[in-house]
Design a protein around this ligand. Structure first.
Ligand SMILES: Cc1cc2nc3c(=O)[nH]c(=O)nc-3n(C[C@H](O)[C@H](O)[C@H](O)COP(=O)(O)O)c2cc1C
Length: 185
């Protein structure tokens, strides 16, 4: 953290071009408090985790992700729920950067989780699983408040703007809480 700002890396657990979670992260970049900047890092180029591949050295996209996470003050994850759980794309990336154990880039780093889904629970079956995985790698997930955008199809317009006023206010409060959480580290 610099004297002036909190640098956050944003990660989206969906590779879809019109991902609601990508749009949710974009909304967060717009609604973040002035001292917080959020830069998104994509996961599309991360290969499947393979311990033999890892033994040859980090593939370039993994090394880039690892460096970006190390340099960040905090990490904001926006992810859908797939089959009641964490999407493989996101879990795979976390498996890569979970290494080396005890010195992983997210070790003792503040993280916040949010998610959007078309159903009624808005990713609330995925989020506890993600918390458990973050615990395994020593990351410090903010316990509350939570952002779970249910019925997401009604809350964004066709251009991907978060138009639901209540959700915007909640997201803004969540980001202020995340800035406070990050300052504790
Ligand atoms: C493989 C797969 C599994 C899914 N499983 C769930 C699920 O368990 N719960 C849920 O609420 N939505 C589920 N969905 C629907 C997603 O929430 C929905 O497609 C959402 O828009 C994906 O997020 P995105 O818009 O960020 O890509 C699933 C979608 C896919 C493709």
């Amino acid at each position: 953290m610099t004297a002036t700002g909190i640098r956050v890396i944003g990660i989206v657990g969906s590779l879809r071009a019109k991902s609601y979670n990508g749009w949710l992260l974009r909304a967060a970049t717009e609604l973040a408090p002035p001292e917080m900047t959020i830069a998104a890092v994509g996961l599309a180029a991360i290969p499947l985790y393979d311990q033999d591949l890892e033994a040859q050295g980090d593939p370039a996209p993994v090394a880039a992700l690892r460096a970006a996470l190390r340099a960040a003050d905090a990490v904001l994850i926006a992810s859908p729920e797939y089959n009641y759980g964490v999407p493989g794309v996101l879990k795979n990336a976390i498996d890569w950067i979970s290494r080396p154990p005890g010195n992983a880039p997210l070790h003792k780093k503040p993280v916040a989780i949010m998610g959007a889904g078309p159903g009624g629970s808005g990713t609330m079956r995925m989020q506890p699983q993600l918390r458990l995985t973050l615990q395994a790698i020593g990351a410090c997930a903010m316990p509350k408040p939570e952002v779970a955008v249910a019925s997401c199809r009604d809350k964004f317009d066709a251009e991907g703007r978060l138009t639901d006023e209540k959700t915007r206010e909640h997201l803004q409060g969540f980001l202020i809480a995340f800035a406070d959480w990050t300052r504790r580290f």
